[in-house]
Design a protein around this ligand. Structure first.
Ligand code: HEM
Length: 292
């Protein structure tokens, strides 16, 4: 069938329009940063030479803004921080992930707890690896948190204005130790049983709150209402103690620790970033200092 002149012009126009659209798409592929899609994701131009734009680029990105836009290069040197705070946090994340995985297999009951551990060790695919990742990360975290505290002492970073963050750190240290201690009972083996027996017996001697502690008896503390009783959910290490350790270990302490970590990191920023080594005074500057 023959096309009329009107119809042929329409077809040509359509073909021309399609050609323009396709060449537009090809151009977009060559320079994606000019497309509207790109601009809707990255709202600031990234130009290396422009420091203001580079800072804005960091601040307008939800992930990058967690870090400061500018930092003191010397303060984040590994030789200064040892990276121990960061590694402690990383280990906490590993522990949370592997801990949730372990929860899929573990029941906090006298009948099942130890059997679940044996099942994990011998039958669950990669169960032994999972359990050992959790165990080793826990041991390592205790070491890294101590080392982190040690470097904070060595660099004097507990001093003004960081006193408050030091105190938050002390709470984090206690929470880390408590996480380890409550996890100890969970396999319900002899090691854990006796460790928790000894640990909670010490709680008897707590001042005011223990039945054998200073001023405890005067305040009406007995083996059946003191702090040890509250920890164990009874007067012996048994099923209730296992359940309580499980809830403290998997729920309460990790949540409290996560909140305190949030405060800790926020305070590092608010206190002016990581303290940083003492500023280097050049010989020429020293002369100026002396002549003043
Ligand atoms: C779960 C335990 C902890 C985590 C995850 C943690 C994490 C961090 C991180 C990531 C930093 C940034 C600098 C760095 O990495 O060194 C930091 C700084 C700091 N931490 Fe911790 N920390 C923990 C425990 C502690 C403890 C036990 C203390 C002391 C008792 C402490 C006191 C401080 C102080 C004072 C700073 C500021 C240091 C500076 O400005 O140079 N933290 N922490």
């Amino acid at each position: 069938m023959e096309r009329g002149p009107e119809e042929s012009r329409g077809v040509t126009e359509l073909a021309e329009k399609a050609r323009k659209e396709i060449s537009g798409l090809v151009e977009d592929l060559k320079q994606p940063q000019k497309t509207q899609l790109w601009k809707s994701v990255f709202r600031v131009k990234h130009e290396r030479s422009d420091t203001r734009n580079r800072s804005l680029g960091v601040l307008s990105n939800v992930f990058l803004h967690l870090h400061p836009a500018r930092i003191n290069r010397d303060a984040v040197r590994y030789s200064y921080t040892w990276g121990m705070g960061g590694i402690s946090f990383y280990l906490f994340l590993v522990l949370t992930f592997t801990g949730v995985m372990l929860m899929f297999y573990y029941h906090p009951t006298k009948v099942q707890a130890f059997r679940d551990v044996l099942y994990l060790e011998h039958d669950v695919p990669f169960g032994k690896l999972l359990r050992n990742m959790h165990r080793w990360a826990a041991h390592l975290m205790i070491i890294t948190v101590w080392l982190h505290m040690f470097r904070v002492v060595l660099t004097g970073s507990y001093k003004k204005p960081r006193e408050f963050n030091w105190c938050v750190g002390v709470i984090l240290l206690v929470l880390t130790l408590l996480l380890s201690f409550t996890g100890y009972l969970l396999p319900d083996d002899q090691l854990g049983f006796w460790a928790v027996t000894v640990g909670t017996n010490m709680a008897r001697a707590t001042p005011l709150l223990g039945s054998e502690g200073p001023f405890g008896p005067e305040l009406g503390m007995t083996p059946f209402n003191d702090v040890r009783f509250a920890l164990l959910g009874g007067s012996i290490v048994d099923a209730n103690a296992l359940l309580r350790a499980y809830i403290w270990h998997c729920l309460a302490i990790p949540i409290i620790a996560a909140v305190f970590m949030g405060v800790h990191f926020w305070r590092v920023r608010k206190d002016g970033g990581i303290s940083g080594p003492a500023p280097v005074v050049l010989e020429s500057e020293m002369k100026v200092e002396h002549s003043r």
